[in-house]
Design a protein around this ligand. Structure first.
Ligand SMILES: CC(=O)CC(=O)SCCNC(=O)CCNC(=O)[C@H](O)C(C)(C)COP(=O)(O)OP(=O)(O)OC[C@H]1O[C@@H](n2cnc3c(N)ncnc32)[C@H](O)[C@@H]1OP(=O)(O)O
Ligand SMILES: NC(=O)C1=CN([C@@H]2O[C@H](COP(=O)(O)OP(=O)(O)OC[C@H]3O[C@@H](n4cnc5c(N)ncnc54)[C@H](OP(=O)(O)O)[C@@H]3O)[C@@H](O)[C@H]2O)C=CC1
Length: 293
């Protein structure tokens, strides 16, 4: 049996953190989202409100329910506001140093019995857990992007995760109407172990001149029935996140087949991170996305 979660904290008001905030508030949880800057939180919560307003306009949600969900959400730049939370999900940048720093700050603030989870796409849950004061109450709860639309949540135990923590995380994900799959704690788990090498290969296909951005995306959309082409999807995920996942696969599995494509590295070095920065394999600054190669 798990423990009932009443209050939820989310660290990181980026695309994933805000998605988790949105679905949790709609499911009735009180959610507080923490990030470093007020502007980031305000932008994130405006996106949540915009998504809910779209659901109201399409008749899927009443305006009263939108208002009630928004009233359950608070934003903060003070980590001490995480103190009363029953569970905190960390959804900050995919960088182990950043995540370790957050755990070092948040652990002394949390109640001893509070659960701590990470939405990491690839990093070792066991290693992250070991950087906390509660490895038995720590695990991976990996949502997919966009969180409000995608049905799956991957659950990943670290070596020390106890059964109550796992049962609580499973009940929480199910209460959001998600389907769970359980992955063992190996680099990038299941979805990204399979998906990211495909995306990386698409970038090699571009790098080697086999096709243009448009040709590669059209080929995979219409030739393999993927809802988005792999380069469009890479931009959607964020090229920094794609590169971090490939680096974790490459380092963690020590196999050259996971070598990040140099073109992906170059885009990230340029700060062309995809949709979130306005430019990646497509340029999003105009009315319609324009391929950058
Ligand atoms: C990196 C990791 O660690 C793991 C990952 O997440 S990997 C990424 C996994 N995600 C994917 O592979 C996504 C692939 N793409 C898709 O499935 C689809 O393109 C998509 C669902 C994103 C959009 O589908 P679409 O049919 O083109 O869009 P559209 O018809 O406009 O939207 C469908 C619904 O999704 C909603 N939606 C679309 N994008 C959204 C977003 N970014 N946020 C919230 N809601 C969104 C729309 O509002 C719409 O909702 P309603 O049906 O309630 O109106
Ligand atoms: N993108 C995707 O498709 C998916 C991503 N994930 C995972 O979810 C996590 C978040 O990804 P995503 O939302 O895409 O990333 P984003 O870049 O959209 O958001 C990350 C957020 O974390 C903030 N942040 C950075 N450092 C700190 C800190 N010390 N304390 C608080 N907040 C901080 C960033 O602020 P700032 O911008 O100011 O640095 C930003 O607002 C990653 O671990 C990623 O791997 C999981 C599933 C899918």
């Amino acid at each position: 049996m798990g423990t009932a979660i009443k209050s939820l904290g989310v660290v990181g008001a980026g695309q994933m953190g805000c998605g988790i905030v949105q679905v949790s508030a709609l499911a009735g949880y009180k959610v507080t989202v923490y990030d470093l800057s007020r502007e980031r939180i305000e932008a994130g919560l405006a996106t949540v409100n915009g998504n809910l307003a779209r659901q109201v306009n399409s008749g899927k949600l009443s305006d009263d329910d939108r208002k009630a969900a928004m009233a359950r959400i608070a934003g903060t730049t003070d980590i001490n506001d995480m103190a009363p939370m029953d569970m905190v999900i960390e959804a900050a940048t995919e960088d182990e140093t950043v995540k370790r720093k957050i755990f070092a700050q948040i652990c002394p603030v949390l109640k001893p019995e509070a659960l701590l989870a990470t939405n990491t796409s690839s990093l070792s849950i066991t290693r992250l857990a070991a950087a906390t004061d509660r490895p038995e109450r720590f695990m991976g709860i990996h949502f997919m992007n966009p969180v409000p639309v995608m049905k799956l949540v991957e659950l990943v135990r670290g070596i020390a995760t106890d059964e109550t923590t796992f049962a609580t995380a499973r009940a929480f994900a199910q209460s959001l109407d998600k389907t769970i799959t359980v992955a063992e704690d190996f680099p990038a788990f299941i979805v990204n172990r399979i998906l990211l090498p495909m995306i990386n290969e698409a970038i090699y296909t571009l790098y080697e001149g086999v096709g243009t951005v448009e040709a590669i995306d059209t080929a995979m959309r219409l030739g393999a029935n993927h809802p988005m082409g792999p380069l469009q999807l890479a931009d959607f995920i964020g090229l920094d996140t794609c590169l971090s996942i490939m680096q974790v696969l490459h380092d963690g599995l020590a196999d050259s087949k996971y070598r990040p494509c140099p073109l992906l590295v170059k885009y990230v070095e340029a700060g062309w991170l995809g949709r979130k920065s306005g430019r990646g394999f497509y340029d999003y600054r105009g009315e319609t996305p324009v391929p950058t190669r």
